[in-house]
Design a protein around this ligand. Structure first.
Ligand SMILES: Nc1ncnc2c1ncn2[C@@H]1O[C@H](COP(=O)(O)OP(=O)(O)OP(=O)(O)O)[C@@H](O)[C@H]1O
Length: 366
C-alpha cells in the first residue's frame, strides 16, 4: 500500500507530493490538471515501469526536463520500504530500494500491487490475447511464490531456443535440450495458470452478477495443445515450422485466454460499455485474490464515468467505496461520484485537489 509519493518532472508535475489514506481517496481537478498523471506515476512504480495510458513512455518526463523521478514509501506487511525510480526519456536510469540498487524492477513492483480501472481497460476484452495473459500472470506474480522463478526459466529457454532456430546451424541435440527445458517450464506455468484462473473466474462471475447480471461471462485458457498431447510432443510437431520461421510456435507464451459472454467470444458481441464492465469486473476480481495472499492492493480508478450509464456507474462506485483496499479515484467534481459516494462514505474519504500540476489535500479526514 502506498504511504506517500513524491514526484519530480513527471508529466506536467514539476514537483508534487501525495500521501493517500489506506482507504478511499478522491482526486478532484479540471480537465488537463494532472489527475491521470498522478495515478500513472503510482502505476509506473507498481507495474515495473509501465503506463496504463499507452503512448510513448518517454513522454512521462516533463517537457524540457532531463528525467522524471519518483520516490515512494510503501507499507508492505509489517515493513515500510523506500522506493526510488529515475526515468529519462531513453529509459530507466536508476532504481533504488531502501537505499540499495535492486536486481530487477520486479523487486520493486512486488512491493506495491497496483490495479487500474481506466478507459483503456476495454483492451482486456477487445485487445490481443497477450494482454489477458499478462493480466493473469500479474496476479500470479503476486500470489504464487514459485511463479516468477518459473516464468524467468521459461523465458530464458524460449529465448535460447529462438536464437538457436535463427542461428542457421541447429544441432538436434541442443534443440532437444531446449525443447525439454521449455516443455517442463511451460507445463509448470500452465498448471499454475489454470489453478489461478479457476479462482479468478469464480470471483469475476460473482462481481459480474452484482454489476451486470445480464452478462454471463466465461474464461477459458487454450494452450494450443492437441488432445492428450504434451508440450514436448507439440514442440516436436511444430519443429519444422519453427525452423522455417525462426520462431517457437508452442509454449507458455502462446496460450490464449478467451473471454466469452453467453457462450460467444466477448469481443464479437458486446458493446463498449459492456466491455468496460467485463474488464472492470476482471480487474476487481483480482483484488480479493491478492488480499488472500496477505497483500493490500492499491486500486487506481481513472475517468470512471465515461461510457457507463448512471446505474452501472453508481453500482460500481458503491462497490469501490465499500472495499477494504486502498483506492484512488479521479473526478472532475464531486457530483460525478454522488450519490454513490454520499456524505457518509465521502466523509471517510481523503480529498485532494489538483490544479496545474499541483496537489493539495482538501479534507481533514481520518
Ligand atoms: N511530458 C509532458 N510534459 C508536460 N506536460 C505534459 C506531458 N505529458 C502530458 N502533459 C500534460 O499534462 C496535463 C495533465 O494531463 P492529465 O492527463 O494528467 O490530466 P487530467 O487531469 O487527467 O485530465 P482529464 O480530466 O482531461 O482526463 C495535460 O495538460 C497534458 O497535456
Amino acid at each position: 500500500m502506498l504511504a506517500d509519493l513524491r514526484l519530480t518532472d513527471f508529466r506536467n508535475y514539476r514537483e508534487a507530493e501525495i500521501a493517500p489514506s489506506s482507504g478511499l481517496n478522491i482526486i478532484l481537478g479540471d480537465n488537463g490538471s494532472g489527475k491521470t498523471s498522478l495515478l500513472e506515476a503510482i502505476y509506473f512504480i507498481g507495474s515495473g515501469g509501465r503506463s496504463f495510458r499507452g503512448g510513448r513512455l518517454s513522454r512521462l518526463v516533463r517537457d524540457g526536463a532531463e528525467a522524471a523521478t519518483l520516490f515512494a514509501r510503501v507499507d508492505h506487511g509489517e515493513h515500510q520500504h523506500r522506493l526510488g525510480i529515475r526515468r529519462a526519456p531513453s529509459g530507466i536510469e536508476s532504481l533504488k530500494l531502501n537505499g540499495a540498487t535492486p536486481g530487477a524492477l520486479s523487486d520493486v513492483a512486488v512491493l506495491l500491487p497496483v490495479l487500474a480501472l481506466h478507459p483503456q481497460s476495454v483492451d482486456l476484452v477487445f485487445g490481443p490475447s497477450a494482454l489477458r495473459r499478462r493480466f493473469l500472470d500479474w496476479g500470479m506474480f503476486h500470489v504464487e511464490h514459485s511463479f516468477l522463478a518459473t516464468w524467468k526459466e521459461a523465458n530464458a529457454a524460449l529465448k535460447q531456443r529462438n536464437a538457436l532456430l535463427r542461428s542457421g546451424r541447429v544441432s538436434p541435440r541442443e534443440l532437444r535440450y531446449w525443447d525439454q527445458k521449455l516443455a517442463a517450464s511451460s507445463g509448470s506455468i500452465e498448471q499454475l495458470r489454470s489453478g489461478y484462473l479457476a479462482r479468478l473466474k469464480a470471483r469475476w462471475q460473482s462481481v459480474l452478477a452484482m454489476l451486470a447480471p445480464e452478462l454471463k461471462g466465461g474464461l477459458v485458457l487454450q494452450t494450443g495443445l492437441r488432445d492428450g498431447e504434451s508440450y514436448l510432443d507439440a514442440l516436436a510437431r511444430t519443429r519444422d515450422e519453427d525452423l522455417r520461421r525462426g520462431f517457437t510456435h508452442t509454449g507458455f507464451h502462446r496460450s490464449e485466454l478467451k473471454m466469452t459472454v453467453g457462450g460467444t467470444l466477448a469481443r464479437d458481441r458486446v458493446s463498449r460499455g459492456q466491455a468496460k464492465i467485463l474488464a472492470y469486473g476482471l480487474v476487481l476480481a483480482q483484488l480479493p485474490l491478492i488480499e488472500e495472499a496477505g497483500k493490500i492492493c492499491t486500486l487506481l480508478v481513472d475517468d470512471l464515468g465515461s461510457e457507463l450509464d448512471h446505474e452501472h456507474r453508481m453500482t460500481l462506485l458503491r462497490f469501490l467505496a465499500a472495499g477494504s483496499h486502498q483506492t484512488l479515484i479521479t473526478a472532475v467534481d464531486r457530483n460525478q461520484l454522488a450519490p454513490a459516494v454520499d456524505e457518509k462514505t465521502g466523509a471517510a474519504a481523503r480529498l485532494f485537489h489538483v490544479e496545474h500540476g499541483r496537489v493539495q489535500r482538501i479534507s481533514d479526514d481520518p
